[in-house]
Design a protein around this ligand. Structure first.
Ligand code: ATP
Ligand code: MG
Length: 436
């Protein structure tokens, strides 16, 4: 344990811009930080209008920092030593803050917010540097120091800090409301979930499973993804919707080229229903404009038409490579690329329409009573609480073939079985010819 530091200083991010809402944001951040650190019982906390302090009381500094650096709403954090605003105490603390056994180069950067403190910043720099030079083999380098030692002198205390760790940025989760995210097993929707959380929105997730066409392994993969997202907000409630019957009905009643569009419309209806039930003000998806046929603007018009609930699409204007970069940074990429089937990939039509028409969507949907199926999906959704660190029993490394038992036509079953056993396919990429 690094016993030189006794607390962590947290600097707020965009919070400083939030005028009269500031009090609420700080309160939310304070609760988020405390909840994230529930596993460290000895810690104590204090919040002020522009900073927050975590007193370590013997807890391991690095472990606490690792957790705090995933709390949104924080611009940076520093391990710090707190002393009285007294030159002698400051001098000793500065000396204690560096590792005398492993010398390098340093610079002192002192600042007085209390202008009544009798020693000016430049003198504080000299006194502290002299203390280190006299007692250790460290050398001064003001341009490129190995360690920058920050000394802040306030009216009631002085802080000595050596490391500034970047925070997660954004707004504290919960400060901006709640959203229901459509979480598939792909790359985009976990990134979208993370981006939504970063704007201060607490998420719940909905996953559409189509057993037996989709396997237990595919479901476990989604749970694993939710568990990788959970450290950013604490527990995530995942709603697993039994989607098979509705999906088979779509294929039975609609032109194959419209199947994906209609399926998305059903997904959004169900997600909006769950959102209403769970008091979420918005739904969110990983859709990206132009990525596949069902993500053209014409498709999005048809999909959006089924709800008045706002649909957030944080990846809408991002390139796939930009999305992948974030997926790698937040640690979801390796799980996302595991080759398990999704309900969309199994039932992918060969030629999905890129410019669907609303009147056609409505005509296909008038052919059966999908409303009661949508209601059943909302009512029968299974709720799973996903905590950080959750590991499903097994996420095998190879795609699992489906066991086929459900009532469907022979041809549908044969086709679904064939696709389930193939490596994961994605909806056809759009070519220029499709668009123009
Ligand atoms: P991702 O977009 O997450 O990489 P994907 O590419 O397999 O996965 P798309 O076909 O691009 O998914 O679907 C667009 C969006 O629709 C997803 O980002 C996700 O929000 C939602 N979605 C698709 N399939 C499912 C599913 N089985 N359960 C929940 N949401 C889904
Ligand atoms: Mg996608």
């Amino acid at each position: 344990m690094d016993c030189r530091y006794d607390h962590i200083l947290i600097r707020y991010g965009e919070l400083s811009l939030k005028g009269k809402n500031r009090g609420n944001f700080i309160k939310t951040l304070y609760e988020d930080v405390r909840n994230a650190l529930a596993a460290f019982p000895a810690l104590s906390f204090r919040k002020e209008h522009d900073r927050m302090y975590i007193y370590l009381n013997g807890e391991e500094a690095d472990a606490v920092c690792a957790v705090v650096s995933r709390v949104f709403g924080i611009s940076s954090l520093s391990l710090a030593i707190k002393v009285r605003p007294d030159m002698e105490e400051i001098r000793q603390a500065v000396l204690a803050s560096i590792d005398a056994e492993h010398p390098g180069t340093f610079k002192i950067a002192a600042r007085r917010s209390d202008k009544l403190f009798p020693v000016i910043s430049d003198q504080i720099n000299r006194i502290c540097a002299g203390e280190i030079l006299r007692n250790t083999d460290w050398k001064v380098d003001v341009k490129h120091p190995d360690v920058k030692i920050i000394v802040e002198v306030h009216r009631d205390a002085a802080y000595i800090m050596t490391k500034r760790i970047p925070g997660a940025g954004g707004l504290p989760v919960g400060a901006s409301g709640r959203a229901m995210v459509l979480l598939s097993g792909g790359i985009d929707s976990p990134v979208a979930s993370w981006m939504v959380m970063k704007r201060g929105i607490r998420i719940e997730a909905v996953h559409f499973a189509a057993p037996p066409y989709t396997s237990q392994a595919a479901r476990d993969k989604v749970m694993k993804l939710a568990s990788l997202l959970a450290p950013w907000q604490g527990e995530i409630l995942l709603h697993v919707v039994p989607f098979t019957e509705l999906q088979l009905a779509i294929y039975q009643h609609c032109d194959e080229s419209y199947a994906i569009t209609i399926m998305r419309r059903m997904m959004v209806r169900i997600a909006a229903g769950l959102a209403q039930k769970r008091h979420c003000q918005a739904i969110a998806t990983g859709e990206s404009v132009g990525q596949v046929a069902s993500q053209t603007l014409e498709s999005l018009v048809c999909i959006n038409e089924v709800t008045t609930t706002p649909v957030l699409r944080p990846c809408a204007c991002m390139d796939k490579l930009e999305i992948i970069r974030i997926a790698e940074q937040i640690g979801t990429y390796d799980t996302s690329i595991l080759p398990f089937e999704d309900c969309c990939t199994i039932f992918t039509p060969k030629a999905p329409v890129t410019k669907p028409r609303l009147d056609k969507c409505e005509r296909f949907e008038s052919r059966w009573d999908w409303q009661s199926q949508v209601t059943a999906c909302i009512e029968q959704a299974e709720k799973v609480r996903i905590r950080p660190g959750y590991t499903p029993d097994a996420v095998p490394a190879a795609p699992a073939a489906c066991i086929l038992e459900a009532a469907a036509s022979e041809a549908q079953l044969a086709e679904a079985n064939r696709r389930a056993c193939e490596p994961q396919q994605t909806e056809a990429e759009i070519t220029e010819a499709d668009l123009f």
